[in-house]
Write a protein that binds this ligand. Structure first.
Ligand SMILES: Cc1ncc(COP(=O)(O)O)c(C=O)c1O
Length: 426
């Protein structure tokens, strides 16, 4: 492993990260001053620009009070519009199809109010068995809300016996056979546990051909892989901004609704004063006039100080562009995979993420054969300054994030695993 450290430094010189744009936490253990941060799939690092931008918004409040709604340098009334363009470009959407608001699970519920409309024999919601629990709870509660038994209404797709990830052909075969009973297909674009990138266009096409509505939870996909939601004909999608989008814990989330659903008065929605068109909002009429954009799904006036960090981060993504990030991501994750191959060969560790780079983002998930995932991540952190993330009982996730992770960070992961997990001798 030691001979590869030099190689890591060479690769970093050749293909540098934009690490200087971020605060990298100091290490508590190990030989290096900064942590090797591989947990951007859970919470991204803080961009250095965020604090100043946030302070500027705070200063407007102290200087202007209520007049800041119109007179702040970035007026608060239309503030959310500053986020729309970059968010739309990030996910391959039109600006009318994208808005930043609320949190992810809240948005999934608001979207299901509109798009989960069980009727006749078409009542089921399909998720993956390894869906993030919040999604599982959300769809089960939606089924109950419609008076249905969640155990019957929610279908959980499982991988084939002995496999860890779903095969596209199995998802599409299920839809061909049983799609007539499916009201909503709601999958994770990149699975939170295994790191599998689903074939979003193929599955969306199959779901829609079966007459189902197709929505995507893009929590682990937004800012991780290139997306083309409009062209892929996705019905709706939602994502959070605190993982790859580096907008801070609990940051405001994003929503996409395909153009074909916009301005449709027959589609139910929950409304508030931010659902009505901006030009007449302050006429204070009792009946709303929703715009023919996804902004009709907004309800409350947005929290400006929570929007600042998302805006700052989206502007960074906009300036770098997803194609360039994806290129570096493929190189970086390929390097981590190569190193993990060396370490896992004679240790009770298995990479469960697909080996095909087209079927994953930057995250590689490792299953540990002995001991607890929590214990291992604690040792990686305290003994080696490597921050990874455990999903009990047996998965440790490593995400080299192309904006700020280095080849040397990946080397530190492999070196720390080699030192922490004992070899199994034949
Ligand atoms: C795939 C996925 N969906 C939903 C959530 C829940 O997000 P929130 O708490 O922002 O609603 C998470 C959180 O990590 C997630 O990873």
């Amino acid at each position: 492993m030691h001979s590869l450290e030099k190689e890591a430094h060479r690769l970093d010189a050749e293909d540098p990260a934009r690490r200087h744009l971020f605060h990298v936490p100091p290490a508590e253990g190990g030989r290096y001053p900064e942590v090797a941060y591989l947990a951007g799939n859970s919470l991204g690092l803080q961009p250095r620009a965020t604090r100043d931008e946030l302070l500027a918004d705070l200063a407007a409040w102290s200087r202007l009070g209520v007049e800041g709604h119109l007179e702040a340098e970035r007026p608060w009334l239309p503030y959310h519009e500053l986020l729309t363009g970059p968010a739309a470009r990030l996910v391959g959407a039109r600006t009318a199809e994208t808005v930043v608001m609320n949190s992810l699970t809240v948005n999934l519920h608001l979207l299901m109010v509109s798009f989960y409309r069980p009727a006749g024999e078409r009542t089921r919601i399909v998720i993956e068995d390894s869906a993030f629990p919040s999604d599982s709870y959300a769809v089960r509660s939606q089924a109950r809300f419609h008076g249905l038994d969640p155990d019957a209404a929610v279908v959980r797709l499982t991988p084939r016996p002995g496999e860890d990830t779903l095969r596209t052909e199995d998802v599409t075969a299920f839809l061909a056979a049983e799609g007539h009973t499916v009201a909503l297909l709601l999958l994770g674009g990149v699975n939170y546990l295994t790191g599998e990138l689903m074939d979003i266009p193929a599955i969306t096409a199959a779901g829609r051909a079966a007459g189902a509505v197709v929505g995507w939870d893009l929590a682990h996909a937004a800012g991780n892989v290139p997306l083309a939601l409009h062209d892929w004909d996705v019905d709706f999608a939602a994502w959070c901004s605190y993982k790859y989008l580096n907008s801070g814990p609990g940051a405001l989330a994003g929503v996409f609704v395909h153009e074909r659903h916009l301005g449709d008065p027959s589609r139910p929605r929950f409304e508030g004063w931010w659902s009505t068109e901006a030009t007449t909002r302050f006429e204070m009429t009792p009946v709303s006039r929703p715009p023919a954009t996804v902004e009709a799904w907004q309800i409350s006036n947005p929290p400006i100080f929570a929007m600042g960090p998302v805006r700052t981060s989206l502007e960074l993504f906009d300036s770098v562009g997803m194609p360039a990030l994806r290129e570096r991501s493929l190189r970086l994750t390929g390097w981590l995979e190569r190193l993990l191959d060396e370490v896992t060969a004679d240790r009770p560790l298995t990479v469960v993420t697909p080996r095909d780079p087209a079927r994953r983002g930057c995250q590689l998930s490792v299953r540990i054969g002995t001991g607890s995932a929590n214990e291992l991540t604690k040792r990686l952190r305290h003994e080696h300054g490597v921050i990874a993330d455990a999903r009990e009982p047996d998965i440790v996730r490593f995400a080299p994030v192309p904006l700020y992770s280095t080849y040397h960070d990946c080397w530190r992961v492999a070196d720390a695993l080699a030192a922490t997990v004992s070899e199994v001798r034949p």
